[in-house]
Design a protein around this ligand. Structure first.
Ligand SMILES: CC(C)(COP(=O)(O)OP(=O)(O)OC[C@H]1O[C@@H](n2cnc3c(N)ncnc32)[C@H](O)[C@@H]1OP(=O)(O)O)[C@@H](O)C(=O)NCCC(=O)NCCS
Length: 255
């Protein structure tokens, strides 16, 4: 295993955990680090076709740390699982660089128990691009992609692709916001940040447009009525400037 990869995993913890005190603590007391370290060995065994040994090692890691990572899962550098317990990472998961998971996260399949034979070797698990953060207890299900630097709220259930830079929350997870200042190349799936704005705000915008349209229509009707009043006033009347006679009510169909 490349020492550089281990160094980057340790650096990731030092950068992303405010509670860490030193490297010795990481080696001795970080189950997430132990799980990733053992996974990197198990993944090598898996690639060399020593499948059973790989599975046994991953089972040992699970026993030790409470983190279950299938040895076939591909994981980039600077990966940090904080707290560890309850994390499950499925066989066809793909994880980029500098990704962070908290405890209780599942990267799982949608329905592995149904039509199981046809799902063998299919991509069933999520892909997490570089810089993704997944909050504790979140369930990320299916062969979906969480775009670069996106974030998933604690206890969310994510069933659809998440655009780069977006934060999703809830069950099912929806975009809470698309982070401003994202590089244009991060606007994955051709979806711009503006299109992802709050749906309630979009409804309010629509209502404001309708109100503006109605105001213009009322002004137009009032203008027309004043013109017709002027035409009906006889020019020889001395009291033309006096209070006008009561106006007849406007018929509903004129509005
Ligand atoms: C999702 C998250 C990253 C958003 O953080 P943030 O960028 O600071 O965003 P905000 O707190 O301003 O929240 C944005 C909106 O999402 C809502 N929201 C945030 N987290 C949520 C969650 N987990 N579930 C549902 N809604 C959530 C907020 O109420 C807010 O809604 P509003 O705009 O209607 O007020 C953060 O709340 C979170 O869940 N982080 C996970 C942390 C974690 O797992 N910690 C465990 C450490 S042991």
């Amino acid at each position: 295993m490349a020492f550089d990869t281990i160094r980057r995993d340790i650096r990731a913890i030092r950068e992303r955990d405010p509670a860490v005190r030193g490297v010795a603590e990481i080696w001795l007391a970080y189950p997430g680090f132990h799980a990733v370290l053992l996974h990197r060995v198990a993944h090598r065994l898996w690639k060399r076709n020593w499948r059973l040994s790989a599975r046994v090692l991953s089972h040992f890691a699970r026993f030790l740390t409470g983190v279950e990572i299938h040895p076939a899962a591909k994981i980039g550098c600077g990966f940090f699982i904080d707290h560890g317990t309850g994390v499950v990472i499925g066989e066809t998961s793909r994880i980029g660089d500098n990704v962070t998971l908290y405890h209780g996260v599942t990267l799982g399949g949608i329905a592995p128990a149904i039509d199981t034979a046809n799902q063998v070797d299919l991509k069933r698990h999520p892909t997490l691009e570089d810089g993704v953060i997944v909050g504790s207890g979140a369930q990320v299900l299916g062969p979906i992609t969480l775009g670069r630097n996106s974030r998933v709220g604690a206890n969310s259930v994510v069933l659809r692709d998440v655009p780069a830079g977006a934060t999703v929350v809830g069950n099912p997870a929806r975009v809470a916001r698309a982070r401003k200042g994202m590089d244009a190349k991060f606007e994955a799936y051709g979806t711009s940040a503006a299109e992802l704005s709050d749906p309630v705000a979009r409804v309010i915008d629509g209502l404001m447009e309708q109100v503006a349209g109605l105001q213009a229509r009322i002004a137009d009707l009032e203008g027309r009525r004043e013109q017709s009043d002027d035409r009906l006033t006889p020019p020889w009347r001395d009291d033309a400037d006096a209070d006008p006679a009561p106006r007849p009510p406007v018929a509903k169909d004129q509005l």
